[in-house]
Design a protein around this ligand. Structure first.
Ligand code: COA
Length: 172
């Protein structure tokens, strides 16, 4: 995986995400507000660039404890709860349904898990653009929280992420 370079361009079948990777990802990294990582293909294109097959963006964020399920919120303090936001994640439309979404999600969660060893946060949240994407995250254990700016906000506790990588024998 590499960090997004300037002048990246790609098509992930979702106009909002295409705009993000083409015009905003590098600027946001330069501004210090998020990190975007690319999964690149290994075969050079005719323009001498490697294709972007998938990408994800992570950023620190926070959530009101009132928005978390009652059973979890009870033990938390009354100020905003720190979380990691999986702000964007997409696979190029050419590579859908070949397992790359799963790999990209694992890479993103591994990245977040490794940050969490230095700077703790309570959960990973993701804002889903549509029901199709919701179903993808439900499949991997994310839970629906609430509607947020027209998207469905979902979450996974950091403890669940940690258990996943510890069970798989990952080292950080
Ligand atoms: C959602 C997305 C990332 C899935 O990527 P993908 O590479 O097609 O998914 P994969 O091939 O890795 O699928 C992995 C598993 O999830 C399942 N899956 C994929 N999309 C699914 C969906 N919409 N609903 C339910 N399951 C889904 C697959 O069947 C597969 O299951 P299996 O391992 O049991 O066979 C991709 O469709 C995408 O980039 N969409 C456009 C961008 C977007 O909207 N991103 C989300 C922004 S929040």
């Amino acid at each position: 995986m590499i960090q997004v370079p300037q002048n990246s361009s790609d098509d992930c079948d979702e106009p909002e995400l295409n705009k993000f990777i083409q015009t905003q990802a590098a600027k946001h990294m330069k501004a210090g507000i998020s990190t975007t990582m690319l999964l690149q293909g290994s075969v050079l294109l005719s323009n001498d660039k490697y294709p972007i097959c998938a990408f994800y963006t992570v950023a620190p964020s926070s959530i009101s404890k009132k928005k978390l399920p009652q059973a979890l919120a009870g033990k938390l303090p009354h100020y905003p709860v720190p979380v990691f936001l999986l702000a964007q994640m997409a696979v190029h439309s050419k590579y859908h349904n070949h397992g790359l979404g799963k790999i990209t999600l694992i890479k993103a969660l591994e990245h977040i898990w490794s940050i969490n060893s230095h700077m703790r946060a309570y959960a990973v949240i993701v804002d889903c653009l549509n029901e199709k994407v919701e179903r993808f995250y439900l499949k991997y254990g994310f839970e629906i929280l609430y509607k947020h700016e027209g998207r469905t906000r979902m979450f996974m506790p950091m403890k669940t992420v940690a258990r996943l990588f510890e069970c798989l024998g990952f080292k950080r």
